[in-house]
Design a protein around this ligand. Structure first.
Ligand SMILES: C=CC1=C(C)c2cc3[nH]c(cc4nc(cc5[nH]c(cc1n2)c(C)c5CCC(=O)O)C(CCC(=O)O)=C4C)c(C)c3C=C
Ligand SMILES: [Fe+2]
Ligand SMILES: [Fe+2]
Length: 344
């Protein structure tokens, strides 16, 4: 048996051309775990409505953050892969759930290197059906179809792993050490409330009323909301943050369904209106900076804050390819690769 790793991130369009953005959004939004309505309704909504207007607007947003080497999300994921590769002897392939390099290409790359035991590594700290689950389902479909001899092990969501919490806390500390700030906002990507109910394996725990996520439940292994609040609680504990100096919000909502609240844009606006002058913001649902952090938070968020009287808006970068994070991931991979199988 030969081992290898497939790291999977979300993906980006091939370029900022509206045609490429449309192709990417089409693949992304037609995923039944992203827009989880019957196929006919999804087709009507995505192909009939969203793809007629959104690609132009999204392309303009991508143009503001695009780098010479390409999409920040892809470039940063490649840098992470390359640095981990330097630290471990295990073959590491990188794939994107949407766009390229695809999961099929990543598995093929590992297969060509003789790998038949794959560590599937979704690059998401918190579980969501629109992120972790869709990667695992597609990878398994492709394995069965193209690589039946392969076996998979999956890296579980690491939202509460001490190594992740410490690395995230250190990155916050490093960014904010000499900065004045009154409050840290932990802004996570949002999901429709319906997704939380669908992922509730008990069918009864999640009430989305603010209390369920604090009472113990087996539902929490698949509860994005619980996992976001846990990441926040553990980082706050690690940094010994005082109550009321930090809070949680959810960004990037799309459409008219209720999404997880409170919404980030409205929270930033409220803080400014209440007289807050120095706000810091961290985005723990993203391990790599991307459109949602570089444009929606660092540009739009800052603009909202300034419009309502805020002065200083400090954004903590994602973990990206920072050294401590590379070391953590390399160690996780090495520990998996060198563990001795448990005897039956
Ligand atoms: C119903 C729509 C969406 C759900 C649900 C959703 C969940 C979700 N997404 C991320 C991470 C990222 N999303 C990004 C971009 C993005 N997300 C949506 C829609 C949903 N996301 C859209 C339409 C877009 C594209 C941009 C736009 O038109 O607004 C990105 C950035 C990609 C990039 O190229 O930089 C990331 C990363 C998570 C973690 C998540 C659920 C927890
Ligand atoms: Fe998203
Ligand atoms: Fe919950």
């Amino acid at each position: 048996m030969s081992k290898g790793v497939l790291m999977v991130n979300l993906g980006s369009p091939d370029s900022t051309n509206p045609k490429d953005v449309k192709k990417y959004l089409g693949e992304f939004l037609m995923d039944e775990r992203v827009i989880d309505v019957p196929y006919w309704a999804r087709t009507l909504l995505v192909k009939g409505i969203i793809l007629n207007t959104r690609p132009k607007k999204s392309a303009e947003a991508y143009q503001k953050i695009w780098w010479e080497e390409g999409s920040p999300l892809i470039v940063l994921s490649e840098r992470l892969q390359s640095k981990i590769d330097d630290n471990t002897s295990v073959p590491i392939a990188l794939a994107m759930r949407y766009g390229t390099p695809s999961i099929l290409q990543g598995l093929q790359e590992l297969h060509d290197k003789g790998v038949d035991e794959v560590l599937l590594f979704p690059l998401y700290p918190q579980f969501a059906m629109a992120t972790t689950e869709t990667i695992l389902v597609l990878a398994e479909e492709l394995r069965k179809k193209h690589f039946p001899e392969m076996s998979f092990t999956t890296v579980p969501p690491f939202y509460n792993h001490p190594d992740y919490i410490r690395t995230l806390a250190n990155s916050i500390d490093e960014t904010l050490i000499d900065k004045e700030y009154e409050h840290i906002l932990f802004s996570y990507h949002g999901v429709p409330e319906r997704h939380i109910r669908k992922s509730d394996i008990t069918n009864s725990h999640c009430k989305i009323d603010g209390s369920c996520c604090q009472s113990a439940s087996t539902a929490h292994q698949f509860c994005y909301r619980h996992q976001c609040y846990e990441t926040t609680r553990l980082v706050a504990e690690y940094l010994e943050m005082k109550p009321n100096t930090y809070s949680v919000s959810f960004q990037s909502r799309l459409g008219f369904d209720p999404w997880l609240k409170p919404y980030t844009d409205r929270t930033i606006e409220r803080f400014g209106k209440q007289g807050m002058k120095n706000l810091a913001i961290v985005t723990p649902a993203f391990v790599s900076d991307c459109l949602e952090t570089l444009e929606e938070i660092a540009m739009e968020g800052e603009e909202i804050f300034h419009e309502v009287g805020g002065k200083k808006f400090t954004v903590v970068p994602c973990l990206n390819d920072r050294e401590e994070w590379v070391k953590v991931l390399s160690r996780w991979i090495d520990e998996w690769a060198h563990q001795t199988p448990v005897e039956a």
